[in-house]
Design a protein around this ligand. Structure first.
Ligand code: DC
Length: 403
């Protein structure tokens, strides 16, 4: 494949060392952004900082990045602060597969040792400074990268192997992004979210829970006291919100961030669930959120779950599933879920809520719950979740030759 690999992360994350090794093993050209900057300025990086200041360094960094946009089949090591500019983040994403080499501040410091060529750390208390920089940049690294690699426990060779594995996984069949998009639709509590979450983990794909976006708009409206029948205000709100998902290690589900605040638990409260249906009915709110969902989906290698994924959000997705389960089973599952999350539940109310939300999901004028023509129906009433995960994941993995 002629894609580039871009390594981002903090100072001390190993971008240059890993980059060189990856280049040696794959035969890809190695480009070190810092080296290009030094050559251009005819000065070392600490000298640039000392004599010209950080702003000048950032300017050179952007210029050099612009110049390498035509690179093909290269491993590119960047400077830790390259993600600070939105324009650069966009450039990095366009360049190729972006790998974030991550590690906690103390590990970074240990790796850096007392290297004098680290201008941003030259003042006292380097651990404090590193912690602060990492805190400031984490979201930007997350937003820019396709792969988040926690390198704390990994050796250099293991990191390089992981990246090569990821590259191989993405080859051939993946040139068509729609081959790597899995759309899972279904009614309330049919198990689609749990299924999507686990299938994504199995395949190493990103899980996009689209219901969480409608919940975020509703939750924020409730907090701000915006009436839930004020369509104009809700559309404006949907447009203005910054909604992101952050991948978690192991089996832990993604966390949902609303304007930078972790609202994963709050948006699941029964009152938010009840109020979300009418908000999701508003065509303008859907337009805003569908745009965001499609944008996220087109990055590929993802599993989306919702009501209108296979029909409206990404009808081109190669993998479409329509998950169903009996009403009794769905009430039982939702009750268990609420109990586990510590929310009080009244089973009769829950049943009525589900019936009402189903009804609204099916009759809304835009984005109604419908079976997409090429979707596979999966009835999960009598099969355990793990089995459903196995069915979906093996179909996709088998066809894409993933592990
Ligand atoms: O899947 P969920 O229960 O988290 O969804 C919350 C609400 O959002 C639900 O009332 C249906 C609505 N929704 C939607 O209309 N379209 C989607 N793609 C996802 C959810």
């Amino acid at each position: 494949m002629d894609k580039n690999v871009v390594l981002i992360g903090m100072m001390g994350s190993g971008k240059t060392t890993i980059g060189r090794e990856l280049s040696r093993k794959t035969g890809m050209e190695f480009i070190d952004l810092d080296e290009l900057i030094e050559r251009r300025a005819a000065m070392s990086i600490p000298e640039i900082f000392q004599t010209m200041g950080e702003a000048y360094f950032r300017q050179l960094e952007s210029e050099v990045l612009e110049e390498i946009m035509s690179a093909r089949h290269a491993v590119i090591a960047t400077g830790g602060g390259v993600v600070l500019s939105a324009e650069n983040r966009q450039r990095l994403r366009e360049l190729g597969l972006v790998v974030w080499l991550d590690a906690p501040a103390d590990v970074l410091l240990e790796r850096i040792g007392d290297d004098p060529n680290r201008p941003l750390l030259s003042r006292s208390q380097p651990l404090k400074k590193l912690t602060q920089l990492l805190h400031e940049r984490r979201d930007l690294y997350a937003e820019t990268s396709d792969i988040h690699l926690d390198t704390t426990e990994l050796t250099k060779d293991e990191i390089v192997e992981r990246i090569i594995e990821e590259l191989e996984k993405r080859s051939a069949d993946e040139d068509d992004v729609f081959n790597t998009i899995v759309a899972i639709d279904g009614p309330v509590a049919s198990g689609k979210s749990s299924l999507a979450k686990k299938v994504a983990k199995r395949l190493g794909f990103f899980h996009i829970d689209t219901g969480a976006m409608y919940r975020c708009v509703t939750y924020e409206a409730m907090r701000r006291g915006i009436p839930l029948d004020d369509a104009e205000a809700l559309i404006e709100l949907a447009h203005s919100l910054d909604i992101r998902y952050e991948e978690q290690p192991g089996e832990a589900p993604n966390r949902v961030f609303l304007n930078g605040e972790d609202v994963t638990e709050q948006i699941r409260a029964p009152e938010v669930s009840r109020n979300t249906s009418p908000v999701a009915d508003i065509p303008g709110v859907r337009t805003e959120l569908v745009r965001l969902q499609r944008q996220m989906a087109l990055r590929g290698r993802c599993v989306l779950d919702g009501r209108d994924i296979g029909t409206v959000v990404v009808p081109e997705a190669r993998w479409k599933f329509y998950v169903v389960a009996s009403l009794d089973e769905r009430v039982r599952r939702r009750m268990l879920q609420h109990q586990q999350e510590g929310h009080a539940v009244d089973i009769r109310q829950l049943r009525e809520d589900i019936i009402e939300r189903d009804r609204r999901d099916r009759i809304r004028t835009h984005g109604a719950l419908r079976l997409a023509p090429t979707a596979t129906i999966l009835d999960t009433t009598d099969i355990p979740l793990e089995e459903a995960v196995e069915i979906v994941a093996s179909i996709v993995a088998g066809a894409l030759a993933l592990k």
